[in-house]
Design a protein around this ligand. Structure first.
Ligand code: ADP
Length: 312
């Protein structure tokens, strides 16, 4: 069964279309990533999925329940971690969880709290004041609070923003653990390494879903070509390549440069020209997910600019 199966979703705020004809599905037990520039409608789409917002157009089901008719049932079986989650800073971890357990009417509350503390490795810290926790532990408390009622679907809105790499990795270990137990997870993120931890990713830009699939599918579907330039003169070559036809992106990666383009013949001609003029090493390379996203971001921005200019 599909945990999320929605078609042609549209959500407008005033005359602004924030979610524009989005069709999306997520398999049960899958970790699905949601990526895209700020303001592209990720949070709004997530809120529609968890039954907090009603779409203006479109239809579908979440956990088998109708998106419009069964919002209350959806809410009960979804765990939603917002970007700015909050809890009582002057209560301990355990006290905060008791509070949440009572909000949800979970009974016996003590058993739910005990199991959740145990599941997320919080038992030994349960008496610590929440306000004094580090970013990573706060994140874990927030996750605990949204899985305590045993939801079947977890929607996480940028859960690891500003958390250090070690805590992020531990957080992702938890996410994979929950998915292995059958929970479906949809998570928005700006981090490429996190996108690569998802079973499937969805890229949304300015309200439109541009691509979905496994990381390998998304990279292949973008049809980009990449050359890697290295050597002392690579930076000079980059300056020249910036103005060459066929070169869409140039980005430094440590001591080398990624030169990326959609048109293989033009790109090849450009890098060959550069290697004749400069003392550089130039070889074909792997296109990364980041290259693909940058490409999508700049082309959708160009489309937006054209639309806006055309309107004046
Ligand atoms: P993302 O999560 O991708 O950053 P959001 O869904 O938060 O994107 O926002 C998409 C757009 O919708 C933004 O331009 C935002 O300002 C606007 N928006 C979001 N919520 C509301 C609201 N309640 N009323 C009006 N505009 C909103």
């Amino acid at each position: 069964m599909k945990a999320i199966d929605v078609r042609n979703l549209v959500k407008r705020f005033g005359d602004k279309t924030v979610v524009d004809n989005v069709t999306l599905s997520v398999e049960e037990g899958e970790i699905s990533g949601f990526l895209g520039p700020n303001g592209s409608g990720k949070t709004t789409t997530i809120r529609v999925m968890c039954g907090l917002l009603t779409p203006d157009e479109g239809e579908g089901t979440v956990l088998g329940y109708d998106l419009r008719a069964d919002q209350l049932r959806i809410k009960r079986q979804v765990g939603y971690m917002t970007q700015k989650f909050s809890f009582y800073t002057d209560l301990t971890i355990e006290e905060n969880l008791f509070f949440v357990a009572r909000l949800y009417g979970l009974s016996p509350a003590s058993a739910y709290v005990r199991d959740t503390l145990d599941k997320l490795g919080l038992t030994s810290r349960r008496h610590q004041l929440s306000g004094l926790l580090s970013g990573g532990w706060k994140q874990r408390l927030a996750l605990a609070a949204c899985i305590m009622h045993k939801p079947r679907l977890l929607l996480l809105d940028e859960p690891t923003a500003g958390v250090d790499p070690k805590a992020r990795r531990e957080f992702w270990d938890e996410i994979h653990d929950l998915a292995a137990d059958g929970m479906t997870v949809m998570v928005s993120t700006h981090y490429m390494d996190e996108a690569e931890r998802c079973h499937r990713i969805n890229y949304i830009a300015y309200g439109k879903l541009l691509t979905s699939g496994s990381v390998a599918d998304v990279v292949a579907e973008a049809g980009l070509n990449t050359f890697i330039l290295s050597g002392k003169s690579a930076q000079k070559a980059a300056r020249m390549l910036e103005n060459e036809l066929g070169v869409d992106q140039i980005a430094p990666f440590g001591n080398s440069l990624h030169v990326v383009g959609k048109d293989k013949a033009l790109l090849e001609a450009a890098v060959q020209k550069a290697s004749r003029q400069f003392d550089i090493l130039c070889e074909p390379g792997q296109t990364t997910l980041e290259d693909v996203f940058i490409q999508y971001m700049s082309s959708s921005r160009d489309n937006m600019a054209e639309l806006e200019n055309g309107g004046h």
